[in-house]
Design a protein around this ligand. Structure first.
Ligand code: BES
Ligand code: ZN
Ligand code: ZN
Length: 507
């Protein structure tokens, strides 16, 4: 994608469509007034008041993501104007800009546009600089234009080559700030789309070996250190959780390590990002029902998120050390598979009594968390499609956030808010530990149906030592099966941007 800043005025910018924004006055007011952005006002003047006329007729109400297309009939160099709604004036924030831009870009892609121009949709946001607003727009455009069509013939995947060029109109804004916004927005969006590709890939293609290969080539391209452990190293380290889950699969497991050293002289080892990388979760001997099992190709979304966050970190280079750790395997039933009743020993020496082989995520994470702890990394943040329970609790709107440190928890929520990703704090109260007491091992693998997301987190807690730690359960947010205006169905790339933003804020 060719993205550049231009100081050309609305009148002369050459493109298939120019996108401008408008909000409405206070929500809930009797008659909503429309508030045009500076660029929308300029276009309105050039078109002899046409935009105001459309608003006066009630054809456009300014709701978030609402679109009106106007053909300019040669009055402007732009062939069309797309007016996009931003919602209530006082609620406009970077996420509204991200969504509005994504909606407009998707619409234009579907109607065959190739060159689009984006005006700064809204200026003068409270607490938000124009650079942050512009970054959100670039992210929105690139996230909105994403699709995963590589396994379809071109005649079944819609029209044309799609949008290839984006111009960002600087208006009266300093161009340097916008160049930075483009660099950051592109880094965030491309990495998110990389994660979406990894999750959308079918499980026959994206095996643990392929996941490791893609992490490795990304690392080479972006200058990260990469190390991949095979079975012998896992055996040497005593990674009993990862090895047990892997023993039912014909695909070899991989333990992937990516290292970024932005503060090489720092004695602090830095932060760990840990991902669950189950490339297909059948449930194993405790087999899942057939219905929706195919969605379990997405059970490596946590791994995809941490690998992709490392791509942003490597691009934008914060002064901080970050290590990503991914446990990757399939979870398959077979004659060699692990079984309910087995007792496993995790890398840190603790034993777990298996009761349901479908609760495999906590086992592979236990080894990765033990590894992070042994390396002295802190804080440790793990990301996993861990439990069906979190889908019941929070749906696809928010991810569950379990954290043993209030400040870290607040940091994650704030970074998420800036990136348009919502995290909701969940408890780690010790009374829940009752449910995972075992008669034969140190802990029992599952704590039954009640509070299943919490008991899963309580298992993980056994493997983080004294480190500050957060666990993000993204089982509900990693994948959407309903098309949202700004989001194709399929993988969302959830948590990529929040993790990177957190690292940048700490660096
Ligand atoms: N990968 C699943 C969790 C999941 C469910 C992700 C739905 C995305 C959508 C996980 O491995 C699992 O099967 N968890 C079980 C654990 C149970 C057997 C204790 C669950 O939460 O139902
Ligand atoms: Zn499972
Ligand atoms: Zn799973």
């Amino acid at each position: 994608m060719d993205i550049r800043v231009t100081n050309q005025a609305e009148e002369i910018v050459a493109c298939d469509a120019l996108v401008v924004g408008a909000a409405h006055t206070k929500a809930g007011q009797e008659s909503k007034g429309i508030v045009l952005s500076a660029s929308a006002q300029a276009v309105d003047r050039l078109l002899g008041g046409l935009i105001n006329e459309i608003c006066a007729h009630g054809e456009f109400k300014g709701n978030l993501g609402e679109l009106v297309t106007i053909h300019t009939m040669g009055k402007l160099t732009a062939k069309r104007i797309v007016l996009v709604g931003l919602g209530a004036q006082e609620t406009v924030n970077p996420q509204a800009l991200r969504r509005a831009t994504a909606t407009a870009a998707r619409h234009l892609q579907h109607t065959g546009a190739q060159q689009i121009a984006l005006a700064l949709l809204w200026q003068g946001l409270e607490d938000t600089g124009i650079d942050e607003a512009a970054q959100a727009q670039i992210e929105g455009a690139l996230l909105g234009l994403y699709s995963f069509k590589k396994y379809q013939h071109s005649d079944t995947n819609g029209n044309g080559q799609g949008v290839t060029k984006i111009k960002l109109l600087s208006g009266s804004v300093e161009q340097a700030a916008l160049h930075m916004a483009i660099e950051r927005g592109t880094a965030f969006a491309e990495a998110t789309n990389f994660a979406r590709d990894l999750v959308n890939e079918p499980p026959n293609v994206l095996t643990p070996t392929e996941l490791a290969n893609r992490a490795n080539s990304m690392a080479r391209q972006f200058g990260l250190e990469c190390e991949i452990f095979d079975r012998p190293q896992m055996q040497e380290l005593g990674m009993g959780g990862l090895l047990a889950v892997a023993q039912g699969s014909a695909e070899p497991p991989k333990f992937i390590i990516l290292r970024y050293r932005g503060a090489p002289h720092n004695t602090d080892k830095g932060m760990a990002l840990v991902g669950k990388g189950i490339t297909f979760d059948t449930g194993g001997i405790s087999l899942k029902p057939a219905e929706r099992m195919h969605e379990m190709k997405g059970d490596m979304a946590g791994a995809a998120a941490v690998i992709s966050a490392m791509q942003i970190i490597a691009t934008l280079k914060p002064a901080i050390n970050v290590t990503a750790l991914v446990s990757s395997t399939e979870n398959m039933p077979s004659g060699t598979a692990y079984r309910p009743g087995d007792i496993l020993r995790i890398m840190n020496g603790k034993t777990i009594e298996i009761v349901n082989t479908d609760a495999e995520g906590r086992l592979v994470l236990a080894d990765a968390l033990s590894y992070a702890t042994r390396e002295g990394l802190s804080p440790i943040i793990d990301v996993a499609t861990l439990t069906g329970g979190i889908v019941i609790a929070l749906g696809s709107v928010m991810a569950g956030l379990f954290c043993n440190d209030e400040q870290l928890s607040n940091e994650i929520i704030a970074a998420g808010r800036a990136m348009g990703e919502k995290f909701w704090p969940m408890p780690l109260d010790d009374e829940y530990a009752e449910q995972i007491k075992s008669d034969v091992a140190d802990i029992k693998q599952t704590g039954g149906r009640s509070a299943s997301s919490v008991t899963a987190a309580k298992i993980l807690e056994h493997f983080v030592g004294d480190a500050k730690w957060a666990h993000l359960d993204i089982a509900g947010t990693d994948f959407v099966d309903t098309k949202k205006a700004y989001q194709e169905n399929g993988a969302t790339g959830f948590a990529v941007r929040t993790l990177a933003e957190l690292a940048l804020r700490r660096g």
